[in-house]
Design a protein around this ligand. Structure first.
Ligand code: SF4
Length: 313
C-alpha cells in the first residue's frame, strides 16, 4: 500500500467461498496494524465478477458487471478514485522481491521469465491440486508433481476456461513459460491446467463449458446476449453428431467474426479462443461425430461448471 500511496485496499474473495474467507480473516487479524486499511470484499459468485472493471463497479456500489473502457480502473476506479487491480499472486511476488531482492527472485525460473507460478491442476493426474513450479518447468514435471498421469491423456487445457487445448502427445516436454506456450498458441492465463483423459470427449467438454460461460456473461453486450448462446447451440449440434455437424461448423465460422472484440470485456473473446482450439485439437473427433460416433464418454465431466464444485476462473 505504501508503494502506491494507497489509503485503502480490498481483498476480493468469492461470496460462497467460506473457507478462503475464514483463512483471510485470520491472516488479517494477525496483522492488526495494516488490517485497519484492508477490507475483505465478498463478491458475487459469478464468472465475470472478477473482471477488473466489474470488481471496481461492485465496490463502488453497482452491479458486479464489467463496464466499457475507457476509463480503466487506474484512471477512474472505486468511487471515482484511481484504483490498482492486481492478482494476489503478483502482489505476493512483489512483496518477496522487496524483501529478498531481484537477484533472489531470479534464482529460479528462466533468464527471460524468472520466478515461479502457482498452477491449479486437475483431470487425469493422481493428485490434483495447486502446485508451485519454476517458470520453464516442463509440463511433464508438473504432472509428475501431481503424482503422474492416472490414465492415458488425449489433450491438455492450458489457462482455464479462456485457455487453449493442446494435444497431450508431443507436448508434455513443453516448458511452462509464456514464450514456449505461445509457440503452440497457448498461454498460462488463469494458471489452471486440466489433463483430459483419453476416454473423455474433448468436444463434449468444450460444449459444456461454453454453455456454462454463455450463461455466466453479464448479459449486457450483443456478443454475449446473442453470440455465445448461438455458439453453445452450434457446439451442442456438433456433439450431437451426424448430419448436423456440417451446419454447426459453418455456423461457428460465421459467428466468430461477429463476436470477437465486440464486448465490453474479454468474456466472449476468451470463450471463442477455447472453441477455436477445441476445433483444431479435436479435429479427428469431429470426423467421428460426423460419422455418428464419439470415441469418448461424456459420463464423467472433467471440468466443473457450477459454483461450489471447484469452479475455475
Ligand atoms: S462482453 Fe459479455 S461478459 Fe463482458 S460486459 Fe459484455 S455482456 Fe458482460
Amino acid at each position: 500500500m505504501e508503494a502506491v500511496n494507497a489509503e485503502e485496499a480490498f481483498v476480493a474473495v468469492a461470496r460462497e467461498d467460506d473457507r478462503s474467507h475464514t483463512c483471510l480473516e485470520a491472516a488479517l487479524r494477525e496483522r492488526r496494524r495494516e488490517a485497519r486499511r484492508i477490507r475483505l470484499a465478498r463478491v458475487p459468485d459469478r464468472f465475470v465478477a472478477g473482471e477488473e472493471s466489474a470488481l471496481v463497479h461492485w465496490l463502488s456500489g453497482g452491479e458486479a458487471k464489467p463496464t466499457f473502457k475507457p476509463p480503466r480502473p487506474f484512471e477512474r476506479g472505486v468511487n471515482g478514485r484511481p484504483t490498482l487491480v492486481q492478482n494476489v499472486e503478483t502482489l505476493a511476488n512483489l512483496a518477496l522481491v522487496a524483501r529478498h531482492g531481484a537477484g533472489w527472485f531470479r534464482e529460479i525460473g528462466l533468464e527471460e521469465e524468472p520466478g515461479s507460478v502457482l498452477a491449479t491442476v486437475r483431470g487425469a493426474v493422481r493428485r490434483p491440486g495447486v502446485v508451485e513450479v519454476a517458470l520453464g518447468t516442463p509440463l511433464r514435471a508438473l504432472v509428475d508433481l501431481c503424482g503422474g498421469l492416472s490414465e492415458p491423456s488425449r489433450a491438455v487445457l492450458i489457462g482455464g476456461y479462456f485457455g487453449t487445448w493442446i494435444p497431450a502427445e508431443g507436448n508434455l516436454d513443453l516448458p511452462l513459460a509464456q514464450a514456449a506456450l505461445g509457440s503452440v498458441g497457448a498461454s498460462l492465463g488463469a494458471r489452471t491446467i486440466a489433463v483430459l483423459p483419453r476416454r473423455t470427449c474433448g468436444l463434449s467438454e468444450t460444449a459444456r463449458i461454453v454453455r456454462y460461460l454463455a450463461g455466466e456473461s453479464a448479459g449486457q453486450c450483443g456478443p454475449c446476449v446473442f453470440g455465445l448462446p448461438a455458439v453453445a447451440d452450434a457446439l451442442d449440434a456438433l456433439v450431437g453428431g451426424g448430419s448436423r455437424v456440417g451446419g454447426a461448423l459453418s455456423r461457428l465460422d460465421r459467428l466468430a467474426p461477429q463476436i470477437v472484440r465486440r464486448g465490453a470485456c474479454a468474456h466472449p473473446d476468451g470463450t471463442l479462443r477455447l472453441v477455436a482450439s477445441a476445433l483444431a485439437v479435436f479435429a479427428d473427433e469431429i470426423d467421428e461425430h460426423l460419422a455418428g460416433r464419439c470415441t469418448g464418454s461424456a459420463d464423467a465431466p472433467l471440468l466443473p461448471t457450477a459454483s461450489g464444485n471447484g469452479e475455475w476462473r
